[in-house]
Design a protein around this ligand. Structure first.
Ligand SMILES: C[S@@+](CC[C@H](N)C(=O)[O-])C[C@H]1O[C@@H](n2cnc3c(N)ncnc32)[C@H](O)[C@@H]1O
Length: 320
């Protein structure tokens, strides 16, 4: 840790910005040389604040209040310990945050994809089950599938894509923002999740609107009534963390089969969090019996999107 050039400081600040905005735990943030006394000039402190706590990336959309407080506390403590002059503004921001009454349960995670010069902002809940659904939480499998997509963009470029059980929509939005698909439908079967997705789309596509992207209700139990089946022929189906409840396997496999029947060359990419091998195997056996050919894809380490990868996640591809 030591003095670094302005360019290197900017590069390290960009990484901290991305890590902060997606709520990476403070103790895991890659501070590198940023908080070194020789680098944390008053103007560098202001820059750090404008990229993080005061970020205007998505206007008033903010990360969780306790995350912002912990982040700032860490900076102030580290600088005080090193007897670094601290910009008055930092204390002011901290005291303002302490008086803030932001909702601690609902907040945003902003996934800033530095290399791709784009970001996705998702309202997020810490409650893994809310209003009786798991669709308000961004699950690790959708982060893993997003990373995989960023490393395999040619699989999605120019393709008609359908996401099943998309929840907060991370994977679909990331693919839309980076992989240049012909069209992408983000679908979910829960009406409240669907309504939230519409809001998320509006937050993320303010200027030009969301071209080549649409949100639809698609309940696997009602696949026979779905208009999407008549109007849309996907080349690629994506799905993350939808293999957890074996009562859903029958309608889900029927939904997959229905779309595959429309296009012989359709491909399914599915990211599965392996909480219970038996549950995953039960679903794989159903698809095997339906004559889907399966491969397990090479995992991609979290590089652009931070997520907790303590529980193993497998990515399978299926063709007919
Ligand atoms: C564990 S969440 C995964 C969400 C998202 N893919 C992710 O990884 O963050 C499961 C999702 O499947 C959706 N789902 C559950 N049953 C469904 C059904 N019958 N039809 C369509 N979607 C369903 C839920 O609403 C929820 O959004």
């Amino acid at each position: 840790m030591g003095k670094i050039s302005e360019t290197e400081l900017d590069r390290q600040l960009d990484v901290i910005e991305a890590e902060f905005l997606c709520s990476k735990p403070i103790e895991l943030i890659e501070w590198k040389d940023v908080l070194h006394p020789d680098n944390m000039t008053l103007s560098a402190q202001n820059k750090l604040m404008s990229k993080t706590i005061n970020s205007s990336e998505f206007k008033s959309r903010k990360t969780k209040l306790s995350h912002r407080l912990r982040f700032l506390r860490h900076i102030i403590d580290t600088l005080e310990r090193q007897n670094v002059d601290i910009e008055d503004g930092l204390y002011e921001i901290y005291t303002n945050l302490l008086q803030n009454s932001d909702n601690e349960v609902e907040f945003c995670k902003i996934y800033k994809l530095i290399e791709f010069q784009t970001s996705v902002c998702l309202p997020h809940s810490d409650e893994i089950i809310k209003h009786g659904t798991t669709g308000f939480y961004t699950w690790e499998a959708s982060c893993a599938l997003s990373e995989w997509a960023l490393a395999n963009m040619d699989q999605f470029k120019g393709k008609q894509i359908l996401e099943l059980g998309c929840g907060t929509g991370l994977c679909g939005f990331v693919i839309h923002r980076t992989c240049d698909p012909k069209f992408i439908y983000l679908t979910d079967g829960n009406e409240m999740v669907f309504n939230e997705l519409i809001k998320t789309r509006d937050i993320n596509y303010v200027e030009k609107g969301a071209q080549n992207l649409d949100i639809q209700m698609l309940d696997w139990y009602k696949i026979n009534e779905s208009k999407l089946v008549e109007t849309f022929t996907p080349d690629v189906i994506i799905a993350a963390d939808i293999i957890y409840d074996n009562t859903l396997f029958e309608p889900l496999s029927r939904t997959i089969e229905t779309f595959f029947n429309k296009s012989k060359n359709c491909k399914l990419y599915m990211a599965c969090t392996v909480r219970n091998e038996d549950t995953i195997n039960e679903f794989l056996n159903i698809l095997d019996a339906m004559r889907f050919k399966r491969s397990e894809e090479e995992p991609v380490a979290p590089t652009h999107i931070y997520y907790n990868n303590a529980t193993p996640i497998k990515i399978f591809s299926f063709v007919k």
